[in-house]
Design a protein around this ligand. Structure first.
Ligand SMILES: Nc1ncnc2c1ncn2[C@@H]1O[C@H](COP(=O)(O)OP(=O)(O)OC[C@H]2O[C@@H]([n+]3cccc(C(=O)O)c3)[C@H](O)[C@@H]2O)[C@@H](O)[C@H]1O
Ligand SMILES: Nc1ncnc2c1ncn2[C@@H]1O[C@H](COP(=O)(O)OP(=O)(O)OP(=O)(O)O)[C@@H](O)[C@H]1O
Ligand SMILES: NC(=O)CC[C@H](N)C(=O)O
Length: 549
């Protein structure tokens, strides 16, 4: 059977554009002689529409759109993802479904069985689970239609008692009893660097365990902070990849289920490269889908703002990025030259605004109130807040969106000033540990020195007081990041982390800072997610709590 895999980037709630894109690809698939074209999970609405799914008009609009798409499905069949309402004696139930379109009509509707409700997923909030496992018959072949998590049934889910809980039902086992020729999976599986391998293994193992080929079509593109990487697959019954589609871009491919001999040459990625590409796509789609074109940020000569500005230029073009260099009396001469060199290398607009006098004016006005008190973090923060105010002035005046430059290590331990350098509309590096920010800077310089070498090799500093270094307040980043990764991503206890060989005081200090600073992260902009445990709505922690750490 010839099947077209349509790996596309959807705009949530933009039924018009999504519909046109789907119809265009149905036509393309038909012209190429495909018998079936498969789109990704909730393709009509975009994944994930959250509480838009609670609105009657939204569901009706989706239903009408699918009916219209169905009318274009002649001479070819299609599987399109969307919400479906089932009217039963118990009332109206909403399902996350795959619509099988054929002969100009909706021929059947197949629902998702396993509804993920962990990390960034919240599907039980809106959908009911499926209990029917009916195959589709098409041109003499029997097809089992599954939706994303349906193939993840044997993955332990984080539960109150550890990572033990397993789903009670296995959709694959239910379908396998009926001997399908092929499993189709409509997916919306986001990128995360520590889940990538797991995802592929799950898919390959399913094919191998049940001895059935799998057609897997993933969504691509960023939806606010969640970045979908695509990488759709055709896997043969031995669990070998026959076709692997592009990452971080739309792709369209026709496969022949009878021909599994010619395997695709798979492209090798450097470890940091996918994170890099994910963030570029994240910025581009946040701006593109919101109708923004231009970004701004403060360029300090340090590595975080350097990496952020390079990503912004790749996503939006140099003509759409404008930066401010805002030296104070504590800024070193090389910070200004490093920042200027970078701006010139990138060909972006930059201006220098010295904040020295503004800082003095604040200090002067506050002097009578602060009489008898020594300068402390208050004065340091005033500098960061003056910069934050200037950046927001540029944003207001010219319509540039401010990119936040805080990395995950800083966000974790609260090393940043509220309403200062924590300002911004979108956080680019908030899920990237400082050690990976260095790796990314090196990757960006792989062909030529875009980021001045000095920016990469100098010790990180906030430059808010004389000779300040991050290492005065924090452990070295290579140690801190490992502790944070074990605590945040792997949910290990401080005791377990100490047993791994980390110094006791350092572990307690890091963990205490993470817990104490929930309130700060609650006020940060959305963070582009590249890990399986990013700060944001996939990590829900109480602000007010007595943390056992
Ligand atoms: N639980 C809670 N719920 C709600 N609000 C709470 C709170 N606890 C404190 N607060 C509020 O938060 C304030 C403290 O937060 P904040 O004003 O931000 O200040 P704070 O966290 O005390 O200081 C900022 C720290 O970040 C460092 N920094 C600043 C700028 C850039 C960089 C860098 O290298 O990137 C590092 C700086 O050196 C300093 O160590 C308190 O004064 C209080 O108003
Ligand atoms: N002199 C400056 N000129 C322009 N922007 C600045 C300046 N200093 C700080 N900023 C802004 O505030 C952010 C926080 O900077 P800071 O230097 O305090 O620490 P950082 O987290 O090490 O960041 P970076 O590595 O970019 O310096 C910077 O990324 C930058 O956007
Ligand atoms: N849409 C989904 O069902 C996604 C959940 C799945 N575990 C994934 O990350 O791919």
């Amino acid at each position: 059977m010839k099947i077209a895999l349509a790996q596309l980037n959807y705009h949530i709630g933009n039924f018009q554009d999504n519909k046109e894109k789907i119809i265009r690809h149905i036509g393309k698939a038909r012209e190429a002689g495909a018998e079936l074209v498969v789109f990704s999970e909730l393709s009509v609405t975009g994944y994930y529409p959250h509480d838009l799914l609670e609105r009657k008009e939204f569901i009706e609009h989706s239903q009408k759109t699918i009916e219209e798409i169905a009318r274009h499905c002649t001479g070819i069949a299609a599987l399109v993802g969307g919400p479906s309402i089932n009217r039963s004696p118990k009332g109206k139930m909403l399902y996350n479904s795959a619509f099988f379109l054929k002969d100009g009509k909706i021929a059947s509707v197949h629902h998702k069985t396993l509804l993920p409700t962990y990390d960034v997923f919240d599907e039980y909030r809106h959908f009911e689970p499926n209990h029917d496992f009916e195959l589709i018959e098409l041109n003499g072949k029997k097809l089992a239609v599954t939706i994303c998590e349906d193939l993840w049934y044997n993955q332990p889910v984080l539960s109150a008692f550890g990572r033990e809980k397993l789903y009670a039902v296995s959709p694959m086992k239910e379908y396998a009893k009926q001997n399908p020729d092929l499993v189709i999976n409509l997916s919306a599986s986001p990128f995360s660097y520590n889940q990538e391998k797991l995802r592929k293994d799950i898919l390959l193992n399913n094919a191998r365990d049940f001895n059935i080929p799998i057609v897997y079509v993933n969504q691509v593109g960023a939806q606010t902070e969640i970045i979908f990487d695509g990488g759709s697959l055709f896997i043969d019954a031995n669990g070998d990849v026959v076709s692997e589609m592009a990452y971080f871009e739309e792709d369209f491919r026709i496969i022949d289920t009878e021909n599994t001999n010619s395997k695709d040459a798979l492209r090798e990625y450097e470890p940091i490269e996918k994170i890099h590409d994910a963030l570029v796509l994240g910025i581009r789609d946040y701006f593109g889908k919101m109708g923004f074109k231009q970004a701004t940020l403060g360029l300090s000569g340090g590595i975080d703002s350097a990496v952020t500005v390079v990503l912004a230029v790749l996503a939006l073009g140099p003509e759409n990025v404008r930066v401010l260099l805002m030296p104070s009396k504590y800024s070193s001469e090389h910070s200004i030259t490093d920042a200027r060199d970078l701006a010139e290398n990138l060909g972006i607009q930059y201006e220098i605004v010295n904040i020295h006098e503004m800082v003095d004016a604040f200090d002067h006005s506050l002097a009578p109130l602060f009489e008898g008190r020594n300068p402390d973090v208050t004065e340091e923060n005033i500098q960061a807040r003056i910069r934050g105010t200037l950046m927001m002035a540029i944003s207001n005046k010219f319509g540039h969106i401010l990119l936040n430059t805080s990395n995950k290590s800083e966000a974790a331990v609260g090393y940043g000033t509220l309403y200062g350098d924590m300002n911004g509309g979108l956080s680019v590096l908030g899920d990237v540990y400082k050690s990976d920010v260095f790796a990314m800077a090196r990757f960006m310089n792989r062909e030529r020195e875009v980021i001045p070498e000095n920016t990469i090799i100098k010790p990180p500093s906030a430059e808010l007081r004389p000779d300040q270094k991050d290492s005065d307040s924090l452990p070295d980043y290579d140690i801190l990041d490992k502790i944070l990764f074990n605590y945040i991503e792997l949910a290990k206890s401080p005791k377990e982390i100490i047993e791994m060989g980390f110094e006791e005081d350092t572990v307690h200090m890091a963990v205490r800072k993470v817990n104490m600073n929930e309130y700060k992260r609650f006020q940060t902009p959305p963070i582009l997610r590249i890990s399986s445990k990013a700060f944001g709505f996939g990590r829900k922690m109480p602000l007010v709590a007595k943390y056992p750490y």
